[in-house]
Structure formats: structure tokens, C-alpha cells
Design a binder for this molecule. Structure first.
Ligand code: PMT
Length: 401
């Protein structure tokens, strides 16, 4: 995702400075080149040598110097460093650097380079909660936001001073996602994407239910990539154990009936609907209000749940609709039939019996089928499946396939 992108990272004097190493490694892992500007205060928390080592890798050594501290070591570095960067990230960003940047003060390499940069900037504030809530700081922060600077965090939690409050630097994964978003094409901006994910649970009694192995990973990846590419995203999720992507509206449901109702409540506001949830096809005809005792024995009468995708396909003003077909074996014929029967635009054939594909794994192997073409993809991460899916949706929606 970040291959060949050039990131200039500013590190300032916060106890969170040591986390920059993880950030640099994450960026390098995704193919970015990273150059670092450290302030004098940051060197009290982490050494330039540690940062230098993080920017190097035995496989792909960073070219030339990668850590800069002093304006006068190389007199034009405050101009040449920003000129080469696709993105400027300051993490952690103290109240001091935010105040200087908001007020045009350029008295060291980092603050000068920030003023000399005219691309996208992300800051990850980190400070004591009193400083964060101070109206002087808030005014500076809001000014930066008003001119397009993106902020990530801070988060609430225990702070370096031992107090609880807002001021912890955002998680590295959140900063990474903000970077991916900033460097990602915004080709579905303006779209309202509705995604379903995860399993449903159909109660037998208050302690037992019928469900399936869906972890929600595929649907959450779809929601994340839609958000990253600029869409407004609503995620209707069955019970899962993973965290939803940032910036996505989440509606939690439990049963197929609840998912059906949530989809119908939201679909008229959506321009793209992706049904990747594994909805239970059957539910008990009757759910007992009390725990069934072992000695009673148990035989279940099952009835079909309503087909959400089929009902969506019948709507008069329907959005662009994508369904998934979870099959065991190469039953592409069954997927093609679902595309036609459910009157939808795309179906993603998913052989869930293949190793590394389908339920509760990080990867998937799919065929994207529409009325014009079938695209077989190799085994890849669920994020990459979501990227390929939106590439195809855009081709079909905007370029007529
Ligand atoms: O969550 P993960 O662990 O990441 O796993 C991902 C996944 C395997 C769940 C996902 O990739 C997937 O294949 N989802 C669809 C699962 C499924 O229910 O497939 P199906 O062939 O049984 O149903 C066809 C379509 O009808 C699906 O889009 C399904 O969401 C929809 N459906 C099914 C039943 C129902 N009552 N209403 C529906 O809308």
C-alpha cells in the first residue's frame, strides 16, 4: 500500500517518542521510505541512533542519511527534506510543535521544515490532559484542522504523569491507517457504503444458539477500505471479537431478523451495499424463554430466515449491490445463479473449503463475478480482496465495466 511513498516523520519531546520506532518499522514494512527529523527535546526520550537503526533494514537499507536533528548540519535540509516527501507526519506531536506550527514559528529544523512543506500533514498529539484541554492549545489545534491538517488521537487513558485523562498518543495502527488514508486515492468519496459483516446468532434458548464460523474479518476489511478511499461507511455487524475500523458508523445486531431490519432501515441512504455477512439460513421455529434441561432432550424445528440480499435486490430504488457466495468446492455455477436470482450487480465467489480461504482467517481466495466478466484472484489478504472489489465496483459504476 505504501510502496515507494516517501514519508517525512517529525519526532518531538514526549514520552511516546519511543513508539516512533514501531511506526517507522510499520511504514518500512509496507514499502515506504522514511526520513526523520528529531527535535532537541525528543533526543532526551530516544536516541537518534535507535531511530537510525529503525529506518535501516538489512534487506533494503535506507539510502543516505535518514535522521536529521540540526538545521545547520546541512543548511538546505529544511527545504530539501519536505520537497522530497509525499506526506509529513509528526508523531508524537507536543503542544509546543503544534503551537509553533499554528503560529508560523520556525526556530528549529522540524518547525522550519513544516512551514516549507505544502503537502498533506498528519499530527498525532501527545501531552498532559490539562495542556490538551487548555483553550490556547485548542485554538492552535483547531486552526491547524481548519487549514486541512489531519489529526489522529489523542486517546484517553493513563498518562506519563500518572494521571488519567485525554492526551495519550494514538495507537500506532491508528496512525498507520491515517497515513494509508492520506496516501490513498479518494475515488469513492461521496459514496455511502453499507456493509454487513460477521455471523448471526439464532437463539434456541437463553444460553444456546445456532451460528457459524464467520469472524467478521472480510466485512470489516471492506468497511475499512471503503472508508480509506473516501466513502461514508455504515457497518452492520453480527457478534464478532474484532475492533471496527475508525470513522465508520457501526450498528451491532445479533440475529438474522435484526440484521434484516437494520439493512432495510439504512439501504435507502446508501449508494453501494455489500452483503458479506454470513447470515444464518435457518432459525429455530421457537426459542425457549428458559434454559432447556438436558433430561428434556432436544429436537429442533427450523424455519428459513428472510433473505436480506434477495429483498434488497427487489427494491425499486436499489443501490449498487454486491453479495458473497460461500461455497464448498468450485461451485461457480451456484454463485452465478445467486447473481441472477438475487438481482444484484456483483457476486464474490468464495470457496470456503480451501486452505487459507473463507471463515476466520486473514486471507481469502475469491472470484469476482458480474454480468460482464469474472475475475479470479489468487490467495491474498482480506484487505487486498476489498481493494480489488472496490476497483471492480468503480469500473462497473463509473466506467460501465
Ligand atoms: O467473516 P470472515 O471470517 O472473514 O469470513 C468471510 C465469509 C466467508 C463469511 C465471507 O467471505 C462470505 O463468504 N460471506 C457470505 C456468506 C454466506 O452467507 O454466503 P451464502 O452463499 O450462504 O449466501 C449468499 C448471499 O446471501 C450472501 O451475500 C449472504 O450474506 C446473503 N444472505 C444469506 C442468507 C440470508 N438469510 N440473507 C442473506 O442476505
Amino acid at each position: 500500500m505504501l510502496k515507494d511513498r516517501s514519508i517525512l516523520l517529525g519526532i518531538t519531546g514526549s514520552v511516546a517518542a519511543y513508539k516512533s520506532i514501531e511506526l517507522i518499522k510499520g511504514l518500512r514494512h509496507e514499502g515506504a521510505s522514511v526520513k526523520v527529523v528529531m527535535t532537541e527535546a525528543s533526543k532526551r526520550f530516544i536516541t537518534p541512533l535507535s531511530i537510525e537503526l529503525a529506518t535501516e533494514s538489512p534487506i533494503e537499507p535506507a539510502s543516505g542519511n535518514s535522521v536529521y536533528c540540526d538545521m545547520f548540519d546541512s543548511p538546505l535540509s529544511h527545504v530539501s527534506l519536505p520537497a522530497d516527501a509525499d506526506l509529513f507526519v509528526v508523531a508524537p506531536a507536543t503542544a509546543n510543535i503544534i503551537g509553533k506550527y499554528a503560529n508560523g514559528i520556525a526556530d528549529d529544523l522540524l518547525s522550519t521544515a513544516l512551514l516549507a512543506f505544502n503537502g498533506k500533514v498528519i499530527i498525532a498529539p501527545a501531552m498532559n490532559w490539562r495542556m490538551y484541554e487548555n483553550p490556547v492549545f485548542q485554538k492552535n489545534l483547531q486552526y491547524l484542522v481548519s487549514i486541512g491538517v489531519k489529526t489522529v488521537g489523542p486517546e484517553r487513558g493513563s498518562l506519563a504523569c500518572g494521571e488519567e485523562g485525554i492526551g495519550r498518543m494514538a495507537d500506532i495502527e491508528k496512525i498507520m491507517e491515517a497515513i494509508r488514508t492520506a496516501l490513498s486515492k479518494q475515488d469513492i468519496a461521496g459514496e455511502k457504503v453499507l456493509v454487513t459483516a460477521g455471523p448471526t446468532r439464532e437463539d434456541i434458548d437463553p444460553v444456546r444458539y445456532i451460528s457459524n464460523r464467520s469472524s467478521g474479518k472480510m466485512g470489516y476489511a471492506i468497511a475499512k477500505i471503503a472508508k480509506r478511499r473516501g466513502a461514508d461507511v455504515t457497518l452492520i455487524s453480527g457478534p464478532v471479537a474484532i475492533k471496527p475500523p475508525d470513522g465508520v458508523d457501526v450498528i451491532n445486531v445479533e440475529t438474522a431478523n435484526e440484521m434484516h431490519a437494520a439493512v432495510m432501515d439504512n439501504i435507502s441512504r446508501s449508494s453501494i451495499f455489500v452483503m458479506s455477512a454470513a447470515v444464518a439460513d435457518f432459525m429455530p421455529a421457537e426459542s425457549k424463554g428458559r434454559k432447556i434441561e438436558k433430561k428434556e432432550g432436544l429436537s429442533l424445528d427450523l424455519i428459513k430466515t428472510g433473505d436480506i440480499l434477495e429483498d434488497a435486490g427487489r427494491l425499486r430504488n436499489k443501490p449498487f449491490i454486491v453479495g458473497f457466495a460461500a461455497e464448498t468446492g468450485q461451485r461457480l455455477d451456484r454463485a452465478r445463479k445467486k447473481l441472477v436470482d438475487k438481482n444484484i450487480d456483483v457476486i464474490v465467489f468464495n470457496d470456503v473449503s480451501k486452505k487459507g480461504s473463507g471463515f476466520d482467517v486473514d486471507t481469502n481466495e475469491v472470484v469476482i463475478i458480474d454480468k460482464k466478466a469474472e475475475k479470479r484472484l489468487p490467495l491474498m489478504s482480506k484487505d487486498d480482496v476489498a481493494i480489488a472489489l472496490f476497483d471492480r465496483i468503480i469500473e462497473l459504476k463509473y466506467n460501465n465495466g
